[in-house]
Design a protein around this ligand. Structure first.
Ligand SMILES: Nc1ncnc2c1ncn2[C@@H]1O[C@H](COP(=O)(O)OP(=O)(O)OP(=O)(O)O)[C@@H](O)[C@H]1O
Length: 210
């Protein structure tokens, strides 16, 4: 993983349905650090993440990746990004193994069957590889989504409420996964209503306010 990436929000604002959610957000997150986007229900945390991922347009201000607006580098920025939303982004009618192989193929690589199996085992769903995703529990789906994330070479991880539906071992596994990502020079932006600890790396907290 290349080091030295940097993410910045400059005077960022967002409105939905004609209502201003937040404005004037400034924040810089360097390589190896993580940002906890916090704030009350409905304040706009998911909306901010969706702008960051290009799922909705930037209305005011800007988002910079390595000093350049993400609007000017859509393709390369998307390759640097992995997004985990509320819905996990898994194909329900495919097996667990097929989902991970599909994600690898989308990145232009041949699926490594052994690596997929080892990763599923690491995330506590090793026996589920041949099972359809729609037959998994919510927490198991989350674990499969995290297994897929761990195989991603993306430098920026954007995670919307990643700890929801996770049991204690899942929470600690995810914290370790993020800590490992940061140690390799990655950056993580996440939302959570709970306090989050990621190894020894202090949180940068962005508290959204109306
Ligand atoms: N497409 C839309 N049209 C109109 N309003 C929208 C749209 N999408 C989101 N909103 C509104 O924008 C506000 C912010 O929603 P968002 O999901 O970003 O909040 P949040 O901070 O993530 O909330 P929570 O903590 O409850 O998950 C909410 O009031 C929501 O109803």
């Amino acid at each position: 993983m290349k080091s030295g990436s940097i993410l910045a929000f400059t005077d960022l604002g967002c409105s939905k349905g004609g209502r201003q959610l937040f404005k004037g957000v400034h924040c810089t997150v360097p390589a190896g650090r993580w940002l906890h986007v916090a704030g009350a229900n409905g304040i706009g945390k998911t909306s901010l993440l969706r702008m960051l991922c290009g799922l909705s347009p930037i209305e005011s201000g800007d988002i910079l990746w390595n000093g350049q607006s993400i609007r000017m580098q859509r393709g390369s920025f998307q390759r640097d990004l992995s997004y985990l939303g509320h819905l996990n982004g898994l194909q329900e009618s495919m097996t667990v193994q097929e989902n991970l192989a599909f994600a690898t193929a989308l990145r232009g690589h041949a699926p490594d069957v052994k690596a997929v199996a080892a990763t599923l085992a690491r995330f506590g769903v090793g026996g589920r590889g041949g099972q359809l995703v729609r037959h998994l529990s919510q927490g198991q789906k989350r674990r499969v989504a995290l297994a897929r994330l761990s195989l991603s070479p993306a430098r920026l991880w954007v995670l919307d409420e990643p700890f929801v539906a996770m049991d204690d071992s899942g929470i600690s596994m995810l914290s370790d996964l993020i800590a490992g990502h940061l140690a390799q020079g990655g950056i993580t932006v996440l939302t959570s209503h709970q306090r989050v600890d990621i190894g020894q790396v202090p949180a940068q907290i962005l508290e959204l306010r109306a």
